[in-house]
Design a binder for this molecule. Structure first.
Ligand code: SAH
Length: 353
């Protein structure tokens, strides 16, 4: 069976080959993105026979909600089961009027950041653009009818720049007016920092926001925390990010996960200020979200305060990301591990759930 969402571009051809009018395409898109239809039968202004024909050729949903958790702060997390039995996670975050979804790009991750749950078992496979769009649709259906998604962050499982061929078409659908109508300026691609892919993105002339996960002010420490850095180096990443800024005009974001006793000293903060100075940027500091079984900890309030003060003194615009949805393991591939890991690990992961 063909996956409708992945083949919206090819649908015109199919309609023609079956002798259906082209305006059906607009109707279908409208039902999917504005009407939030769950299946073809909800598309009530399409002729019944046409709906049956669609259902014979196409599947509308290729993923099922395997688990739905809601935190006290309104954060909702979905664990989706894909057609091949793999699981991915995606999250809806509420912050006043701001309704942000956090979407995955791969099953697992190959980058191996030592503090992150998503990459602990490596990467299984890339998601298709259809599977990426489907996460958006599942999350949108969680909203009351009068609310619309406002922002997208590619900060779920996986490395989006390692799967650009699927990520870009999916984001184009999200940005198009016949799709979700979310401006590219409200869409952020978060990356471990792959210079060639950042340059490729720069050449696409789409104005998505770029967020670079830095986590360390020098290569020695970054090589430990983000092993792929050994073959890349901070310099090359900053050069590519600067180029992205030159071309897109979009303020750069740098992310920095604060790990107690590892990268959170005032000295690290001073080095970081030195490294980033002179750019149009926002530094997004994320106090570590503990992952069961990993030896890292969230810094104390005092350490966080000192780190912040030092960067502010260095003139770096800084934002501390609020930790949302902790109680539902909303961060970073944690839920999938609980579901997919063998029983022994499951017990280990239990207390943090
Ligand atoms: N691969 C991409 C996007 C996915 S992760 C990237 O590296 O940017 C999104 C962000 O969450 C990254 O900055 C990542 O380092 C961070 N992150 C991963 N595990 C975390 C944890 N346990 N606590 C806090 N942030 C974490």
């Amino acid at each position: 069976m063909r996956h409708l969402i992945a083949e919206l571009e090819q649908l015109a051809e199919w309609l023609e080959s079956r002798g259906h009018p082209q305006y059906r395409l607009q109707q279908i898109k409208h039902w999917l993105f504005a009407g939030r239809a769950r299946d073809f039968d909800e598309m009530t202004d399409l002729p019944r026979r046409f709906r049956a024909e669609l259902a014979e050729e196409f599947e509308l949903n290729r993923s099922q909600i395997a688990r739905h958790d809601i935190a006290g702060d309104g954060t909702e997390k979905l664990l989706l089961k894909l057609f091949d039995g793999q699981h991915i996670e995606c999250v809806l975050l509420r912050d006043g009027q701001r309704l942000t979804i956090c979407v995955s790009s791969q099953v697992g991750c190959a980058m191996g950041c030592v503090f992150c749950a998503s990459g602990l078992d490596g990467v299984e496979r890339n998601l298709t653009s259809g599977e990426i769009i489907e996460q958006m649709l599942h999350l949108q259906r969680l909203l009351p009818e009068d609310q619309r998604l406002s922002h997208i962050v590619m900060m779920g499982m996986g490395e989006p720049l390692a799967n650009l061929d699927a990520v870009l078409p999916a984001l184009d659908v999200a940005a198009s007016s016949a799709g979700l109508g979310i401006s590219p300026r409200r869409i952020t691609i978060s990356t471990v920092g792959i210079p060639a892919a950042i340059l490729r993105l720069a050449n696409q002339s789409r104005s998505f926001n770029l967020a670079v996960s830095l986590h360390a002010p020098d290569d020695a420490l970054r090589n430990e925390l983000v092993p792929v850095n050994r073959n890349i180096g901070i310099r090359a990443i900053l050069d590519a990010a600067d180029r992205y800024f030159d071309v897109s005009g979009r303020r750069l974001t740098f992310e920095y996960v604060l790990l107690a006793g590892v990268n959170d000293s005032p000295k690290h903060a001073r080095q970081l200020a030195q490294l980033l100075r002179g750019r149009c940027l926002l530094l997004n500091v994320i106090p570590y979200n503990p992952v069961a079984g990993l030896p890292y900890h969230t810094p104390s309030a005092t350490a966080i305060h000192r780190f912040r003060a030092e960067l502010e003194r260095g003139g770096i615009p800084i934002r501390f990301r609020q930790r949302k949805g902790n109680r539902i393991n909303a961060a970073c591939g944690q839920l999938r591990r609980i579901v997919q890991s063998p029983p022994a690990n499951r017990i280990q992961a239990g207390p943090s759930a």
